[in-house]
Design a protein around this ligand. Sequence first.
Ligand code: FAD
Length: 365
Amino acid sequence: MSNFNSADIAAFKDVWVFCEQREGKLMPTDFELISKGRDLADELGVNLCGLLLGGEGIESAAKELGGYGADKVLVCESPLLAVYNTDAYAKVICDVIEDLKPEAFLIGATNIGRDLGPRCAARLHTGLCADCTHLDVDVANYIQFLRESSTLDVDSQKWDMEDRNLKMTRPAFGGHLMATIICPRFRPCMATVRPGVMKKNVFDQAKADACEIVKPSFQLSESDLNTEVVEVVKAAKKLVDLIGADYIVSVGRGISKDVEGGIKLAEELADVLGGVVGGSRATIDSGWLSADHQVGQTGKTVHPKVYIALGISGAIQHKAGMQDSECIIAVNKNDTAPIFEIADYGICGDLFKVTPMLIEAIKAA
Ligand code: FAD
């Protein structure tokens, strides 16, 4: 294990995506990451593999990943993998990675991914860039850099695989700057990627049919597990699906003079649009909305058709989660609020007066 990363970097090939499933059902992040992984694999000229772990019978879900771009899916089945367990998953993933040596390994920055990613990176003695919002490949920039800065006849060179790196970008310093990080000396390059930021490809049945299913060998026994999952308790209430919503009405601290009334107005507006309610961190920290409603850098990244911000100032950390919405409508009583800088339509006024008018206008339309 300790010599794993002193191996020749060029021996590492392919882009892999860890795909999460619950009871055999794939998660939305899987499709986003497979789609992004497809672009990266094409740029690197390698294969894209999904890595799917679970109990018996998950193979049927694997083909679906092919429809979004996976060339192959590595399926690891064991009763010990039926429910997520950090020890079991990390053991199997690291075994398979040591065996087959992917060049890049992407994991969703979900609760499971945030637990699994650092553990696998530490075991594999490689780096991990957490919570990425952008990924691309460095070869072109590296060559461009040499073209501009050196006397070398760059275009006559045959470029070595070691010159290429995954460029991983993530917010840093509380979202005030974006840091681009590379992992030049260790493989695989590992990244966890925020759900909702990568665009999903259109499903292609022919590609799904062509996708190869491979069952890699691995060893896993009860003795590899330090913890036991005693019970899985499902959330009592259904969480709000911000990432999949086409219409989001978000509220901010601007509702503070009548929190209940403000949330009720947002719900009514969301209802007439067929959308859902979100919130700024101020509303979550104040206990007005539950954490699954939070939009922003430490909440969800969304890109709905329409995002309506009611009484939200537009702090950089909030904008980081919603600025790619197709249409942004902001209601704020302060005409200098930063949210207006990115709004397609801005209404300067009291949300308690403006929102009922919006609801009536939409109902009448
Ligand atoms: P405020 O900034 O207080 O704005 C309230 C707005 O409401 C004001 O613009 C005011 O003019 C307006 N208003 C007041 N009354 C009315 C009315 N009656 N009608 C109309 N307008 C009215 N924030 C997030 O949202 N998401 C994140 O994920 C997130 N992550 C963070 C991560 C870090 C590391 C840090 C440091 C901060 C993070 N924040 C996040 C917090 C962020 O910096 C802001 O504090 C927060 O977004 C402010 O929320 P707000 O806009 O609701 O409140």
